[in-house]
Design a protein around this ligand. Structure first.
Ligand code: NAI
Ligand code: SOE
Length: 390
């Protein structure tokens, strides 16, 4: 089994998720395509980097992503920083010939995403963008049914990503509310996941029209050294401006002629990680809700009329990725499993010299859709998604 030396930039929330995925990948996928070696983790201060290395079991740590990107011992760069650093690190890593997995959204703007895609294409490296929800087995099962024609020609896709961690106006001014770091708000942060699912399941989006709103114009400045998502409510102290969107609702038209909607908000009390899609086709329908992620709801036109209706299929050993996960359906798929599968599929492509999806091309296309949603929110018009020339 080949060793692949990984360096990860950013030791926060995703630093934890990706570290766990590299450690667990060979336990699930055996024989594993590679042995992932967690060589170096990078963060902004000595203390953060050392703590991340110790906690997430990396061999070493650094405070200089540039040194690490140019280290000849490193094969793969994993970018898990806030969005504003993705492009600079990825372009340097591509120029150094490293394979790259980058967190979503690929970049704060489509222009930066384009530069990342072009640098990667020029370097001939393997890339992945971490839209991990595709890797939920029930989502992969939905894709299998669609590809097999089980629901016929797709007519309609209704997708949502609803959370409530920022619904309290006194929850802190995370970097996710600052345009210079995040690029956009709910649109890039969570709407992008729905855009990815829509592209994966239905195909390219041709045009969008949207309502994009901000309801909470300022939030308390953070006092701890860590970025907090929701959690602590602070009604005292200085506040800073929120200059990104809180919420977006879009109508979309796919190139296939199918229509649909995409909604994203982090202010929906009672919704936690409510990623849903309902897809209607000429032969049946599919419904998925990530909060019940072992389940896929399906309804087929050809069922006998007195039995027709949604039924639940639980993912397990006989559904996608089943042979590597747990031996009994509904034993429980978690967020970690989506990241473990993601790490497997990416590293397999690295060692086999292949490609994996979603990659930087997909990240760039998703960024174009995000940008069209935001533009339509400003103008009220339908906005077309430009073609990518290869
Ligand atoms: P975080 O704020 O928890 O962690 C980011 C880490 O990067 C921090 O430790 C920070 O100090 C470090 N960092 C910042 N600038 C750096 C630099 N120049 N060099 C080295 N380290 C640097 O953020 P989180 O939640 O981990 O988000 C990171 C990325 O992952 C974002 O792009 C976000 O959108 C994405 N994300 C994706 C998720 C998914 O489900 N696919 C879930 C959560 C985040
Ligand atoms: C916050 O909305 C967040 O951490 C997003 O950044 C992730 O992409 C999402 O999957 C979970 O929620």
């Amino acid at each position: 089994m080949q060793d692949i030396n990984i360096a990860m930039i950013g030791g926060g929330f995703m630093g934890k998720a990706h570290s766990l995925a590299y450690a667990a990948m060979p336990m699930f996928f055996w024989p594993a395509p590679v042995r992932p070696i967690k060589k170096i983790i990078v963060d902004v201060t000595e203390d953060l980097a050392r703590t991340a290395a110790e906690r997430f079991t990396w061999e070493g740590y650094s405070t200089s992503w540039r040194d690490v990107v140019n280290d000849p011992a490193i094969d793969v760069i994993d970018i898990a920083t806030p969005n504003n650093m993705h492009a600079e690190i990825a372009i340097a890593a591509a120029e150094a010939g490293k394979h790259i997995i980058c967190e979503k959204p690929l970049a704060p703007t489509a222009e930066e995403a384009r530069r990342m895609y072009e640098a990667a294409t020029k370097a001939g490296i393997v890339t992945a963008v971490a839209f991990n929800y595709r890797r939920t087995p029930a989502v992969a099962l939905a894709k299998k049914y669609i590809d097999e024609g089980a629901i016929g020609t797709i007519l309609n896709f209704r997708g949502t990503y609803l959370q409530d961690w920022s619904a309290d106006p006194n929850s802190p001014l995370s970097w996710r509310f600052q345009k210079k770091i995040a690029g956009s708000g709910a649109v890039g942060d969570i709407g992008s996941h729905v855009v990815d699912l829509a592209r994966y399941l239905v195909g390219e989006i041709a045009e969008v029209t949207s309502v994009v709103s901000n309801f909470i114009p300022d939030r308390p400045l953070q006092t701890s050294g860590f970025d907090a998502l929701g959690g602590s409510s602070q009604s005292d102290g200085p506040r800073g401006a929120v200059d990104v969107d809180d919420e977006a609702m879009s109508l979309v038209r796919f190139r296939s002629g199918a229509v649909g909607s995409i909604e994203a908000t982090r202010n929906a009390w009672g919704r936690n990680n409510y990623i849903t899609f309902e897809i209607h086709g000429t032969e049946g329908s599919i419904f998925f809700n990530y909060e019940n992620r072992d389940e896929l709801q399906v309804a087929f036109k050809n069922d006998p009329a007195d039995r027709r209706g949604f039924r639940t299929v639980y993912t397990g050993p006989n559904t996608p990725y089943g042979e590597s996960l747990w031996p009994i359906p509904a034993l429980g798929i978690g967020y970690s499993e989506t990241k473990i599968i993601e790490a497997h599929d990416f590293l397999k492509a690295v060692v086999e010299g292949g490609t994996v999806e979603p990659n930087f091309r997909d990240g760039y296309r998703a960024a174009l859709v995000d940008e069209a949603i935001l533009e339509s929110g400003r103008t009220g018009a339908w906005v077309q998604i430009p073609d990518i020339t290869e």
